[in-house]
Structures are given as C-alpha cells and as structure tokens.
Write a protein that binds this ligand. Structure first.
Ligand code: HEM
Length: 230
C-alpha cells in the first residue's frame, strides 16, 4: 500500500478517483440546475441566466436529467465495484459500521471536550467518514426514486395519485437541501478546512496522502501497515 521513496500512502486508486470525480461533477450540476428551478429569481440564477443566455437556460431541465442519469450510472458502477472487485470488497468491508465506531465516537467527544488527552486512533475510515458514506448512499437512493417519479409524473400519477407525486416533490426538495448542506458544511470541512489537511486533502486528485496526514487522520491504519512491513 505504500510508496516507499516518498512515504505516501495510497488512499484512492485511479478507478476510485474517477468514480469520485463523476459524482462530484454530476452532483454539482444537479444541485445548480435543481435549485435554479426552485429559485429562478435568486441573484446567482439571474447571473447564470445572463451568462448562458435565456435560451441555454431553458435547457436546465434537460441538463438536470442528463446529470441524474450520470449519477445513477456512477452509483450502479460503484455497486458492481464493491460487489465484484477485490479492492471494492475491501473498501465496502472497511466502510461497514462496527461496535468500535461507537467507542470511537464516545472517546472523540471526550477528546473534543478536553475530558481526555487521547484522540481515538482511527483506522482506514473514521466513524465520521463511514456515516458520510452511508448518508451519501441513502441520499442517492432517495433522490433517484423521487427524481424518477417527478420525471415520469404523468405515469406515476395513475399509480400514486396527486398526493403521491406532491410528496415526492417535497422529499426531493428537502433532501436536496440536506445533501447540499452535508457537502458544503460537512464534506468541505473534513477535506479542506480541517487543520490536519488544510489547504486540502489532495488524495481525490493524486490518489495519495502523506505520512503526516496518516499519522493525524488514520493512525490505526498506519500502525497496521507498519506492522505488516516489519
Ligand atoms: C439522482 C437523480 C435525480 C433525478 C432523476 C432528478 C430529477 C428531477 C426532476 C425530473 C425534477 C423536476 C423538475 C425539472 O424539470 O427539472 C427535479 C427537480 C429538482 N431537483 Fe432533482 N433529480 C435528481 C437528483 C437531484 C439532486 C442530487 C439534487 C440536489 C442536490 C436535486 C435537486 C432538485 C431540486 C431542488 C428540484 C426542484 C424541486 C422543486 O420543484 O421543489 N435533484 N429533479
């Protein structure tokens, strides 16, 4: 797992970085085109309309749907990746929530409240990263189901009635707010603003993290890698 010369540690393979990049682009496009529909008079939407032109802006609904298909395809690929590839299976196994995560949570709260001097020694994924992954899985399922209902509204109207499609719209909208805030506040904090990685954890671009980042963020994993190298 290590690159011995510079002591950098592989965090994301090229395949995983491509999956993440496709997710990043499709999610960003979905958030912009989705909220632009809901808030057409917002200052940033007016700016986009002036920039792209009113005609191009009319394609907003189409762009939202294409980005949705890209996100769904990326998610299905990810499902295959974690089911059929060796590295994907390992990734999924390391992302499972375990009893030790509850202990880590308790110990981390103590550490953050200055009740303990010892920070938990997180492994490959801390409980924070695991919960973020599962929130993403849950959010993508909800957005895909409700989005498809909105997309084929006239078909679903005959199954669910008007109330069903209205509920889907509400869930789609509030989950969109939750997901966007989770990315802007939670994810951006952990990968950019977190003092241990600031100005940015670059593994999503380079694939590697430094030994210093490993010591601070994943000391438990570093211990087991170093043990296996002995
Ligand atoms: C993943 C699959 C998704 C599908 C299939 C989908 C599909 C749709 C469709 C068909 C609409 C109806 C309006 C239109 O003509 O554009 C819509 C609205 C919307 N979408 Fe999505 N979407 C998806 C994901 C997302 C994501 C990830 C976000 C934001 C993070 C988002 C935000 C929104 C918002 C804010 C609206 C407006 C809702 C309203 O009118 O109250 N969507 N979506």
């Amino acid at each position: 797992m290590t690159n011995n010369k510079s002591k950098r540690y592989l965090r994301m393979t090229l395949n995983e970085r491509i999956q993440h990049f496709v997710l990043f682009i499709s999610f960003t496009v979905l958030a912009i085109t989705g909220f632009a529909l809901k808030f057409p008079e917002a200052f940033w939407v007016i700016w986009l309309r002036n920039f792209f032109g009113e005609n191009a802006f009319d394609l907003r609904g189409l762009v939202h749907r294409v980005a949705a298909l890209v996100l769904i395809a990326d998610s299905i690929y990810h499902l295959f990746y974690i089911t059929f590839t060796q590295r994907g299976k390992m990734l999924f196994n390391d992302l499972k929530l375990r009893k030790s995560d509850i202990a880590d949570l308790k110990n981390n709260i103590k550490y953050l409240l200055w009740l303990s001097k010892e920070k938990p020694r997180f492994g490959r994924f801390s409980y924070i990263e695991k919960v973020e992954y599962w929130a993403l899985v849950w959010g993508t399922v909800i957005m895909s189901i409700t989005g498809i209902i909105l997309w084929f509204e006239s078909f679903f109207l005959s199954i669910f009635s008007n109330l069903g499609t209205e509920i889907s719209t509400i869930i789609h909208f509030y989950e969109a707010i939750l997901a966007t805030l989770a990315i802007l506040v939670w994810h951006i904090y952990f990968v950019i603003l977190n003092p241990n990685v600031f100005p940015m954890n670059k593994s999503w671009i380079t694939g590697y993290i430094t030994k210093e980042e490993m010591e601070k963020e994943h000391p438990g994993e570093l211990d087991s890698i170093e043990k296996s190298e002995l």
